[in-house]
Ligand binder design. Sequence first.
Ligand SMILES: Nc1ncnc2c1ncn2[C@@H]1O[C@H](COP(=O)(O)OP(=O)(O)OP(=O)(O)O)[C@@H](O)[C@H]1O
Length: 303
Amino acid sequence: MLARRFLSTSRTLFHENPLGLHRPAVKQPPTIPRAQRGLPKKMPIAGVKHVIAVSSGKGGVGKSTTAVNIALAAAGMKQKVGILDADIFGPSIPSLMNLSGEPNLTEKGDRLIPLQNYGVKCMSMGFLVDKEAPIVWRGLMVMKALQQLLHEVDWGRLDLLVIDMPPGTGDVQLTISQQVVVDGAVVISTPQDIALIDAVKGVNMFKKVNVPILGMVQNMSLFICPNCNHESHIFGHDGAARMAEKMEIPFLGEVPLHADICKLSDSGTPIVISQPDGQFAAHYKEIASRLLDQLSSNDPKLK
Ligand SMILES: Nc1ncnc2c1ncn2[C@@H]1O[C@H](COP(=O)(O)OP(=O)(O)OP(=O)(O)O)[C@@H](O)[C@H]1O
């Protein structure tokens, strides 16, 4: 109850004070500091050491599944990890992390306390609205909700916050990239051309807003038949790896397409938790370890 009331109070506040978004756009040369160009200052997320944005150009390529399994793999490497579900309209984290219920507020009533499962703290719009109610909001409302998810959550101390971005290159992605100090973005793509075209747009968006690209992950790279273990490249071969090479960004690894990954993740027991020593968890662990290595080059604590 409390958290929902929190959200609706902020709705009222928001309409009275709409974040200065109506300032006239003044085109300035890029050398002028952000604040002087009328752009909001990039803010760190309180208590969080590293923030990565997991994104995809297209929906349905396995971004949330990958984000969750990477986060869980990193948590297994003694990192304090959180997941922020930034998909306001289609939050998947509650199901994937098998969490439900409404977050409590801090004693002062000014911050949401994340829910936790498998040792990972989670915050999602899905905790704040009824599961089956559609979110029918205009852009400004979405932006306010996003601000709250970004800056009004009490994460405690985290080594890593994984932001599960909505697909595409819209308002939410831009806002996060421009207003939050993000260490880097991970772009998930399947190998087929149609997904890669959009993945390239995603990479270019992050480059444009000066968010480093930590790398690309190729999901559903190889289909392994659950009955006979026959392997086939139904979505093409190595498309994302080749694209990463062409764009001169790191290739972080690949994850095969397998019914177990789908079934277990969708039922709230991601494969890194349900089959921690299996071949599929190994792929996610490898990707997480490459990411932590990249982040550690700037942070002695993670070494
Ligand atoms: N490697 C994989 N093997 C089998 N199934 C997978 C794999 N990765 C993801 N899936 C399944 O594909 C479906 C879509 O995955 P997911 O929800 O993670 O995609 P998404 O890119 O986050 O989608 P959206 O952006 O629309 O929220 C889910 O049912 C998920 O279990």
